[in-house]
Design a protein around this ligand. Structure first.
Ligand code: NAD
Length: 424
């Protein structure tokens, strides 16, 4: 048995959503929770020293009732070992099913990876390429532009995606198949707006939340926890919508500027000094002070498990946009709901990435490429609808947005499943 089994958590969330929707059928619950297929492969690689090393890889295909499986490939070595990783990819593939359904992109959920840490193990470029192509060869039968479309994840980049695409194309009669994978470099059929996608998506969600709560974004105060890809772009776009950023943090510390600052200026400061700390005009504060500063919008955009019950009780914001994955502990949710803080759950707030992945796949399939604005506008339509539908669900069932978003997603998958029925 795996300790702190992530797949058990994913299953519990499915069951909770079924409770909200009044789905009592045990068989249907099991169908919704379990992956359709779990592939575990061995990948022999000739290392630079001439010896053979065998790696273990996975692809979990959770649900494809709404469209081909979609989800990342990570190269990682979680503490619990290979068996834990198997349960983790199963859970992550389940979350991808729900994420795609919330923003109504016609894709299902998948996830995979190799048990390896390329950073600590310092694999050479050659070893990485042989490992990636070996993995692509082993999963080639189950992936494809109409079957399962992987993407980058922890410690994988556009380079690995290109190698997977090239291996797949060569194994398939040399047919150029960019739609087998997303997150590719622009020169290989990648999409514009991918780099800003997550933060921009968070900003769209926050804008909708502000509308729902009748809060004016003009002059609204924003605190960003973290100052990396997701949170800086959330900051830049919220600023464009009229909001004022008053705090930020990174691994070296947290700062507040009560009258606000321009995100671009803080980016320049961080580029020069390596941190947000000591930004001119700022005061340095603790993480807890940053999170509990009086503001309108809090964007946890760095790490998981940041908002516990104690922090939740002291928060003075009105909206939380979870750009990071899992920043709020389950114990905090009821407190935030009672205190009327609107939480935009990670599964919705950071879904900009998967929306752009979907649009990359569409562009690859038609062989025609959109401008940045065209891609951003299409993503805006999906995310805005996702927010509104989840918000309506939360009002209808009097539940928080996290539960509502899951219930919405499960409802959409059940609808598709019931249309098709079971065959053979
Ligand atoms: P990133 O590496 O670009 O940025 C992470 C930031 O967090 C850095 O500025 C780092 O200094 C800061 N940080 C680290 N430790 C910290 C601490 N103790 N306190 C405050 N800040 C700290 O990463 P990212 O891509 O922006 O991802 C951030 C989060 O968003 C993760 O949870 C990730 O899973 C989630 N996310 C990102 C994307 C994406 O497309 N980038 C998509 C979905 C979800």
């Amino acid at each position: 048995m795996v300790k702190n089994d992530p797949f058990e958590n994913a299953t519990k969330q499915v069951n909770d959503a079924c409770d909200v929707l009044g789905i009592k059928d045990k068989g249907l619950r099991e169908y919704l929770a379990m992956p359709n297929r779990l592939l575990r492969v061995k990948i022999p690689v000739k290392m630079d020293n001439g010896k053979i090393r065998v790696f273990t890889g996975f692809r979990s295909q959770h649900n494809n009732d709404r469209g081909p499986y979609k989800g990342g490939i990570r190269y990682f070595d979680p503490k619990g070992g290979v068996e834990y990783m198997e349960r983790e990819v199963m859970a992550l593939s389940s979350w991808m099913t729900w994420k795609c359904a919330i923003v109504d992109v016609p894709l299902g959920g998948g996830k995979g990876g190799i048990f390896v840490n390329p950073k600590t193990e310092k694999l050479s470029d050659g070893e990485m390429e042989r490992l990636t192509r070996g993995f692509a060869y082993k999963i080639a039968e189950v992936i494809g532009p109409r079957k399962d479309i992987p993407a980058p994840d922890v410690y994988t980049t556009g380079r690995e995606m290109t190698q997977i695409m090239d291996t797949f194309s060569k194994l398939n009669d040399n047919q150029y198949s960019p739609g087998v994978i997303t997150g590719k470099p622009i020169s290989m059929g990648g999409s514009l707006a991918r780099n800003v996608a997550t933060g921009l998506g968070t900003a769209y969600c926050v804008r909708e939340a502000a509308k729902a709560l009748k809060i004016k974004l003009k002059g609204a105060k924003v605190v960003l926890q973290g100052f990396g890809n997701a949170s800086t772009f959330a900051g830049i776009y919220l600023e464009k919508m009229g909001a004022k950023i008053i705090g930020a943090s990174d691994s070296k510390g947290s700062i507040i500027v009560p009258n606000g600052f321009k995100t671009e200026k803080l980016i320049a400061h961080k580029e020069k000094t390596g941190s947000v700390v000591n930004f001119p005009g700022s005061k340095t504060v603790s993480t807890e002070e940053l999170l509990t500063t009086k503001c309108d919008i809090l964007i946890p955009g760095a790490l998981e498990n940041q908002i516990d019950a104690k922090i939740a009780k002291n928060l003075k914001c009105k909206i939380i946009g979870e750009a990071a994955n899992g920043p709020t502990l389950p114990e905090a949710d009821p407190i935030l709901y009672k205190n009327k803080i609107l939480v935009i759950p990670d599964i919705l707030a950071n879904s900009g990435g998967v929306c752009i992945s979907y649009l990359e796949w569409v562009q690859n399939n038609m062989g025609y490429y959109w401008t940045f604005d065209e891609v951003a506008n299409k993503m805006e339509a999906n995310i805005t609808k996702g927010f509104r539908d989840a918000y309506e669900m939360s009002k209808k069932h009097k539940i928080d947005m996290r539960k509502a978003a899951m219930a919405l997603a499960v409802q959409r998958v059940v609808e598709a499943f019931e249309q098709k029925g079971i065959w053979p």
